[in-house]
Design a protein around this ligand. Structure first.
Ligand SMILES: Nc1ncnc2c1ncn2[C@@H]1O[C@H](COP(=O)(O)OP(=O)(O)OP(=O)(O)O)[C@@H](O)[C@H]1O
Ligand SMILES: [Mg+2]
Length: 377
């Protein structure tokens, strides 16, 4: 028979357990009475909050909360939740003894004795300041990256569009000259009509460009897709080289979705420019949008979705490349031609929206990239 480990007497277990909790330095672990007054204190609590046991025992939990949270009764609310639901969690700023703040992740559990009587609340706090700061820095970098990409895209768009503006101006100048030389009122009227159409076309272009440039702070909101997709297809279609057409097939009555419209435009632009780069010999890019109800047929997605796809008839993507295309900085383009950030941004956008992106491609048979965006209820 295998040797059973000797059982420790329960008093000894309790004692060693107490010592263990006291010795933990990475977590503040202590007990509160049901009113929220501090009953025990450990090394972690001392290290994180800067108080010694004698300074806090008997005081209310509220003492660690910043003034604005005290006014709102945040500590009391937390205790009430823990008492009614057995557990409460919170994340937010707390104040150390020296007045400095730290970002705390806390859990509060109601503790009952063997007979089920409430004896107090166990409180565990972790100092997450570093991680919180790192997160903020990441958000900032991401925002900068987004802005930088947008500026680059804007450069590409205006570059492509200068040529369209030139065409429009040629129409306007040519028609004006003819009209100035003519004394036939009907002909002048027809020429003015041409000038007007070209002018309106130019105004549409600048308006799309301005809306694209303007929206800055990413903010998810419920939007109707049709106008965004139509504006994007006009604007981006204008910026494509001569041999490449953009055809849009946008189903009517698309579900609304919750996204930041300017990020959606950037995602579309990234997909369309990838398709453009894949078709050096020219060809057709198809932008499609349709509603689809999913029951887990793909990527475990369930519910109502809008599928927005960008397809090309370029050379396709080899399987070993396909596995890596969403990685940041992965590019097969020449140095200076691609950063490899396009698809990683599109992927991030789709995941943030609660959806995903799917790639379907076979070498020699073109590529289809599809954004799956959940319908907003
Ligand atoms: N439609 C496509 N057809 C063929 N290959 C594609 C297509 N879309 C993406 N790829 C491949 O995926 C890689 C990564 O694309 P991604 O958009 O992330 O970066 P990039 O286009 O190389 O650079 P950037 O978008 O930053 O200018 C591309 O370099 C290319 O090899
Ligand atoms: Mg790209």
């Amino acid at each position: 028979m295998a040797d059973e480990p000797p059982l420790l007497p329960s008093s000894l277990i309790e004692r060693s357990y107490e010592l263990l909790v006291k010795a933990v330095v990475d977590y503040a672990i202590y007990m509160l009475d049901p009113q929220g007054r501090i009953m025990t204190w450990n090394s972690g609590a001392e290290r994180i909050k800067g108080y010694e046991a004698w300074e806090v025992i008997g005081q209310h939990l509220e003492m660690f909360f910043p003034a604005e949270d005290r006014r709102e009764g945040r500590a009391q609310r937390l205790i009430a939740t823990a008492l009614s639901e057995g557990r409460a969690q919170d994340e937010g700023w707390r104040v150390r003894k020296d007045g400095s703040r730290f970002w705390a992740l806390t859990a509060l559990d109601a503790i009952h004795d063997d007979t089920g009587r409430l004896i107090g609340l166990a409180k565990i706090t972790r100092d997450m300041t570093e991680r919180h700061d790192a997160q903020l820095r990441m958000d900032e970098v991401r925002a900068q990256l987004f802005q930088a990409q947008k500026m680059e895209a804007l450069g590409q768009l205006t570059g492509g569009m200068a040529h369209d503006f030139n065409n429009l101006l040629t129409v306007i100048i040519g028609a004006t000259e003819l009209a100035l030389r003519s004394d036939n009122p009907e002909r002048i009227h027809a020429l003015l009509d041409n000038i007007h159409t070209a002018g309106m076309r130019g105004r549409e272009l600048t308006q799309h460009l301005l809306t694209f440039a303007r929206r800055r702070n990413p903010e998810a909101q419920q939007i109707e897709l049709e106008p965004v997709l139509k504006a994007a297809s006009t604007l981006f279609g204008q910026a494509l080289p001569k041999g490449i057409r953009l055809e849009a097939a946008i189903e009517p009555a698309l579900h609304p979705v919750r996204v930041d419209p300017s990020q959606l435009e950037m995602a579309l632009l990234n997909l369309i420019f990838n398709a453009r780069d894949a078709m050096e010999q020219g060809g057709c890019i198809r932008l499609g949008a349709e509603n689809r109800s999913l029951q887990g047929e793909w990527a475990e997605l369930r519910g109502d979705f809008v599928l927005i796809s960008v397809s090309d008839d370029g050379p396709g993507i080899a399987p070993e490349v396909q596995a890596r295309i969403f990685e940041p900085f992965f590019t097969t383009k020449q140095f200076g031609k691609g950063t490899g950030l396009g698809l990683s941004q599109v992927y991030g956008f789709a995941r943030n929206a609660g959806g995903t992106i799917r790639v379907e491609s076979e070498p020699g048979n073109g590529t289809r990239m599809t954004l799956y965006l959940p319908a907003a209820s």
